[in-house]
Design a protein around this ligand. Structure first.
Ligand SMILES: *Cc1c(COP(=O)(O)O)cnc(C)c1O
Length: 361
């Protein structure tokens, strides 16, 4: 069986060493030393000034919306994971969908201004599959209309633009360290932000608003993470270079194997430093996708329609997003994980080509 993804697991002994330490200290959560160490190492690795480690990538989005005090409408993309939209709705705001770019599947900056109303407070865009949004164009629009910008960077760990981390863009950027992501801490996430006041708010919100035992800096939530999760992150950080290398090698192999196929790939050329976090392919139509998916399944190979359906199909429909609607029906993510072998990739490609060559029969 070949799943679409498989969490990276480091050698058990590496993790055990940290667990032994946790046992000795008897300090399991609440801003422990491993959480602090992970924050330090992540900032160093990603070359960031500030980063807060939180429960998961969804809480990260909610903390960002709350700390920026967003109200009313938030312009967002229909082509993302459900957490992008659900966070907006959960925080009492309304998502307004703007269509995506055909080549990168990220929000189309040229279509944002038409969606701005007096109620608009922000833009929440996703770096889809780690492909950077058009950050300069988005920033210019946000400035002109006094809007805040949040980037859902759940897929974008390690991606660089203009010599710096993609997380350095926007008023707040978020990341997810969920088990299925490129870099993971089992469950986990982060908020990245330059503004000291917004950062301070998120730090308090993350810990119930506690300012010492008996004082509160307003109302917060439980957005902390534990020593056990941080330990997994600290171990996995040591394997990151291997993980990136393997992902790149596998992605290039898929591309080569599928060079004679009719499927297309999102545009990653020109990205300064890409992370190869997913391997999406775009079929010419939905029926070829379904046929391919079925044949793969018959061989115990599982691909995933990611993202499908578009988030505008939730109850919060607004906006006209034909490109997203079309592409979400035609995109399929192929298996991609650290232990996927070249032989397995060749088998997947053979099956995909077989469907294509049999089309019409
Ligand atoms: C995974 C993911 C999230 C949610 O992250 P969790 O850590 O699972 O809460 C949000 N947005 C996108 C685009 C994701 O892929």
């Amino acid at each position: 069986m070949i799943p679409v993804t498989k969490p990276f697991l480091p050698p058990k002994a590496d993790y055990q060493r940290y667990i032994d330490e946790i046992w000795e200290r008897n300090w399991l959560t609440n801003n422990g030393p491993l959480v602090n160490e992970l924050e330090l190492q992540l900032k160093e690795y990603l070359e960031l000034n500030h980063l807060l480690y939180v429960t998961n990538g969804t809480i990260a989005l909610q903390l960002a919306i709350k700390a920026l005090d967003l109200k009313g409408e938030i312009i967002t993309t229909p082509f993302s994971y459900v957490a992008t939209t659900s966070s907006i709705v959960w925080e009492g705001c309304q998502p307004v969908y703007v269509d995506i770019l055909e080549d990168t599947l990220c929000i189309d900056p040229a279509k944002i201004e038409a969606a701005i109303t007096p109620q608009t407070s922000a833009i929440l865009a996703t770096h889809v599959y780690g492909i950077p949004c058009e950050v300069a164009a988005i920033e210019a629009i946000a400035k002109k209309h006094s809007l805040k910008v949040i980037y859902d960077g759940a897929h974008a760990f390690g991606v660089k633009v203009n010599g710096k981390s993609i997380f350095d863009y926007g008023d707040v950027s978020t990341c997810s360290f969920h088990a299925t992501k490129l870099f993971h801490t089992i469950e986990g996430g982060a908020v990245i932000c330059q503004d000291p006041e917004v950062l301070r708010k998120m730090a308090y919100y993350r810990n119930f608003g506690h300012d010492g035992y008996e004082n509160f800096d307003g109302v917060g939530i439980n957005g902390k993470n534990s020593e056990f999760h941080a330990a997994m992150g600290l171990v996995n950080l040591k394997y990151l270079n291997q993980i990136f290398e393997k992902r790149k090698e596998q992605s290039l192999r898929y591309k080569e194997l599928l060079a004679n196929s009719t499927v297309k790939f999102p545009k990653i050329e020109g990205i300064e430093e890409y992370n190869y976090s997913y391997f999406p392919i775009l079929f010419s139509d939905e029926s070829s996708l379904l046929k391919s998916m079925k044949l793969l399944q018959e061989h115990e190979i599982f691909s995933r329609r990611y993202f499908y359906p578009g988030l505008n199909s939730l109850d919060y429909t607004s906006g006209n997003t034909p490109i997203s609607d079309d592409l979400s029906a035609k995109v399929l993510c192929l298996p991609l994980y650290h232990s996927l072998t070249a032989e397995e990739q060749r088998m997947i490609a053979r099956l995909l080509l077989r469907v294509q060559n049999n089309t019409g029969k």
